[in-house]
Ligand binder design. Structure first.
Ligand SMILES: *[C@@H]1O[C@H](CO)[C@@H](O)[C@H](O)[C@H]1NC(C)=O
Ligand SMILES: *[C@@H]1O[C@H](CO)[C@@H](O)[C@H](O)[C@H]1NC(C)=O
Ligand SMILES: *[C@@H]1O[C@H](CO)[C@@H](O)[C@H](O)[C@H]1NC(C)=O
Length: 291
């Protein structure tokens, strides 16, 4: 009997001990939970104040650089997330401050400027048609939220130019072949056409005069060939691509003379071109001979 009573007591005691240990562990856990919960609430409260829309964010990188060729169409990007009811303005930032567009309206008297935006898109690209050298510089894409915020886009304008291969003056014997190759340099897009001039005459279609012009627009290159050069072919040859500055070269067709003679004004009288000291020496020799 006593043993039974003892066993009961031991069981009861163990139960109570474990129960309290468990309770204790539970309270510790819930203490931790409480502490964590408090922290989370504080963080939430700090970074996401209630009842405010997410901030305006530019998806276009600030100080993006765009390069365009004169005469082409430049596209200045400005992609904006969370614009809300903000309005987008493009502003020219040179030594002056010129409002170009507000929303989809162009304010500049220069109608080459236009904002391209599709409804519900986040893209507010500024389009500049027929880019000129003076358009180069800084542009500001501004959102009129509170406070207003903006990014800058830099426009670089390159002047495409033509180049005729070889020296700027060429010397040829009659009957020889002439080949002039004109290439467009520094261009971002191919030309629509390339015109060749001989002095003031356009010669692209002068096949009957022995002139062959072949243009590879995609290669940005044009070649003029004359198979049998004659004196009448001498003169100033220039090529003018539609969207680049022209280039020229002067072609001399020689009359059997050699180019060195042409350049130095004839060698027939070259012995006359003596230095003063040589003349002194000759005079001295003559005096010595006479004495
Ligand atoms: C973009 O850079 C300019 C300075 O170059 C700065 O004034 C402007 O605040 C920047 N914009 C953003 C949205 O960071
Ligand atoms: C002109 O030159 C091109 C290539 O150089 C040639 O294919 C073409 O047949 C020539 N045309 C004439 C009319 O000679
Ligand atoms: C050749 O013609 C081009 C284009 O008309 C002109 O710019 C250039 O000065 C001329 N060159 C010469 C040597 O006459």
């Amino acid at each position: 009997m006593i043993a039974m009573e003892l066993q009961k007591w031991i069981l009861c005691f163990t139960f109570i001990v474990f129960h309290f240990a468990g309770l204790c562990a539970e309270t510790q856990d819930s203490d931790l939970d409480l502490a964590d919960g408090g922290d989370i609430q504080n963080e939430l409260g700090a970074s996401f104040p209630p009842l405010e829309s997410p901030p305006v964010h530019f998806a276009t990188e600030n100080n993006t650089v765009v390069t365009a060729q004169t005469g082409s169409t430049a596209l200045l990007p400005c992609v904006i997330n969370n614009i809300g009811d903000g309005t987008v303005s493009w502003i020219r930032r040179k030594d002056y401050y010129q409002l170009l567009t507000v929303g989809l309206t162009t304010y500049s008297s220069d109608d080459r400027f236009q904002t391209i935006h599709l409804q519900h898109s986040e893209d507010w690209t500024l389009q500049i048609k027929f880019v000129q050298q003076r358009d180069a510089g800084m542009y500001e894409c501004q959102v009129s939220s509170h406070p207003s915020t903006s990014i800058f886009v830099q426009l670089n304008v390159v002047e495409a130019r033509a180049d005729i291969e070889g020296p700027s003056e060429k010397y040829l014997k009659p009957g020889s072949g002439l080949r002039l190759q004109c290439t467009v340099l520094q261009s971002t897009e191919p030309p629509a056409y390339v015109f060749w001039y001989h002095n003031n005459r356009m010669i692209n279609y002068d096949v009957d005069r022995g002139i062959n012009v072949t243009t590879e627009l995609s290669e940005k290159s044009s070649t003029l060939t004359i198979t049998n050069a004659a004196t009448r072919h001498s003169g100033n040859y220039s090529c003018f691509p539609s969207n680049a500055q022209g280039a020229s070269t002067y072609v001399h067709i020689l009359n059997g003379e050699n180019p060195a003679a042409m350049q130095h004004g004839g060698r027939g009288l070259s012995w006359l071109q003596c230095s003063p000291s040589s003349w002194l020496l000759i005079a001295f020799s003559l005096i010595v001979l006479m004495c």
